[in-house]
Design a binder for this molecule. Structure first.
Ligand SMILES: [Fe+2]
Ligand SMILES: [Fe+2]
Length: 376
C-alpha cells in the first residue's frame, strides 16, 4: 500500500536518487501539498467548431504526438557521469577563481549539480503547466479552447515524464522547486479568473521556459536530453501560439481598468519568476562561494541576469507577445522600460504562425560522438 505524506510547504532538501535501482512500490511515499481553488468552470452546449487557428493547433497537437519511452533512445543517448553534462565552453563560472581551483572531479560534480538544478526547475514548472492546463480544460470559455487545453494537458504530462526520467535515470539528483516559481504557480492555480491563468501560464511561464529550453538544448552534451528538449520545444511553441491567438481577441473585450490589472499581473509574474534567485544563491552557498563575488564575476563577463544579452534571451519572446495581445499598457510601459527590455517589444511575436515550420515531422537527431567528448 502506497504511503501518502501531506506537507504544509514544498520540500527544501536536495534528493539523491540511485540511478541503477529499480523502484520498490512498497517504498514509495507520495509527498503531497494541498491547495484549494475556486475554479469557475463552464459547460459548452453548442459543439460547432469554426475553422480557426485554435482548431488547427489542436489538429497539429494530435498529429505531432510523441512517446517519451519509444521516441527517445534512452539506451544509447545517455552519457557516463565522467562526462560533463553541459559543454564546458558555455560554463559561465570558468575564469572564476574558486571554480578554476576545483579538481577535475569536483568540476564534474559541480557540473552535474548545475544540470540537476536546471532540469529540476523544468520538471517542477512542467508539473505546474500540467495542473494549469487541466484547469483550463474546465474553465476556458469556448468549446475549441477546451479541446486544445485537453491536448496541452497530455503534452505537459509527457514533459513531466521526460524531465523526471532524465533526472531519475541520468542525473540522480533532484533540487526542490524554487520559491519564485512556486509562488507564481500558486498564484496562477488559485486565481479564479481563467484569463489570468492564460496570461500567467501561456504567455509568461511558457515564454520564459521556451527561452531556457532553447539555450539548454544547445549547451547539453547528453543526446537523449537534447532530443527530448527538441520535442518539448515543438510542443511549447504551439502552447504559446495558442495563448496569444486566444488572448488577443479576449483582451479587446476588457475595460481599461481590467486590462491594466492584467498588464500589471503579467509584469509581476515575469519579474517574479525571471528574477527569482533563491535556489541559485543556495547553490553557491553549498559550494562555499561568496555570492557577491560570483555575481561580480558574472557581471564582468556580461553573463549575469542584468546583462543585455541575458535579458534579451529571457524577455525576447515575452515582450512582443505582450504587445500583440494588448498588455503593454501605458501604465506598465515605464516599468518594463526601467528593466531595460521595452525595446524588445518590436521583435517578431509568436502570434504570426509559420504553419510549415510548426507542422514539420519530428526527427530524432543523431548527435555526433564529438559532442560528448570529455573536455579534460
Ligand atoms: Fe511543457
Ligand atoms: Fe506548455
Amino acid at each position: 500500500m502506497k504511503k501518502y505524506r501531506q506537507v504544509e510547504q514544498q520540500p527544501q532538501e536536495i534528493r539523491y536518487i540511485d540511478v541503477n535501482q529499480t523502484i520498490d512500490p512498497e517504498k514509495i511515499e507520495e509527498i503531497t501539498e494541498v491547495f484549494k481553488t475556486p475554479l469557475v468552470s463552464t459547460y459548452n452546449w453548442d459543439y460547432s467548431i469554426p475553422d480557426s487557428r485554435i482548431k488547427r493547433l489542436y489538429d497539429l497537437g494530435k498529429q505531432l504526438n510523441w512517446n517519451v519511452e519509444t521516441d527517445l533512445d534512452w539506451d544509447n543517448g545517455m552519457v557516463s557521469k565522467t562526462v560533463f553534462p553541459t559543454d564546458e565552453k558555455y560554463n559561465p563560472y570558468a575564469g572564476f577563481k574558486p571554480y578554476d581551483d576545483l579538481s577535475h572531479e569536483q568540476k564534474l560534480e559541480f557540473s552535474w549539480h548545475r544540470a540537476a538544478l536546471s532540469a529540476s526547475g523544468m520538471l517542477h514548472g512542467e508539473q505546474g503547466a500540467l495542473l494549469v492546463a487541466a484547469q483550463l480544460a474546465c474553465c476556458a470559455p469556448s468549446y475549441e479552447a477546451k479541446l486544445y487545453a485537453a491536448s496541452q494537458t497530455f503534452d505537459e504530462a509527457r514533459h513531466v515524464e521526460f524531465f523526471n526520467k532524465y533526472i531519475q535515470k541520468q542525473i540522480g539528483i533532484m533540487y526542490p522547486v524554487g520559491a519564485g516559481l512556486k509562488s507564481l504557480l500558486d498564484k496562477i492555480l488559485t486565481d479564479e479568473r481563467w484569463d489570468l491563468k492564460f496570461i500567467g501560464m501561456q504567455i509568461i511561464v511558457e515564454g520564459l521556459a521556451l527561452a531556457a529550453f532553447n539555450t539548454v538544448k544547445i549547451q547539453s552534451n547528453v543526446p537523449v536530453h537534447k532530443n527530448g528538449l527538441h520535442f518539448v520545444i515543438r510542443d511549447e511553441a504551439r502552447h504559446v501560439t495558442y495563448g496569444i491567438n486566444y488572448l488577443e481577441e479576449f483582451v479587446k473585450t476588457l475595460s481599461k481598468e481590467e486590462r491594466e490589472e492584467r498588464a500589471l499581473f503579467a509584469f509581476q509574474a515575469a519579474t517574479g519568476m525571471g528574477g527569482s534567485r533563491g535556489n541559485q544563491l543556495r547553490f553557491y552557498e553549498r559550494h562555499g562561494w561568496n555570492s557577491d563575488e560570483v555575481k561580480e564575476h558574472l557581471r564582468s563577463g556580461n553573463l549575469d541576469r542584468t546583462s543585455l544579452e541575458f535579458r534579451t534571451q529571457l524577455f525576447g519572446r515575452i515582450m512582443p507577445n505582450l504587445k500583440r495581445v494588448g498588455l503593454l499598457t501605458d501604465n506598465v510601459k515605464p516599468m518594463w522600460e526601467a528593466l531595460g527590455v521595452l525595446d524588445l517589444q518590436d521583435l517578431p511575436s509568436d502570434g504570426a504562425i509559420n504553419w510549415d515550420e510548426m507542422a514539420k515531422p519530428l526527427v530524432y537527431e543523431e548527435i555526433a560522438d564529438s559532442v560528448v567528448t570529455n573536455p579534460a
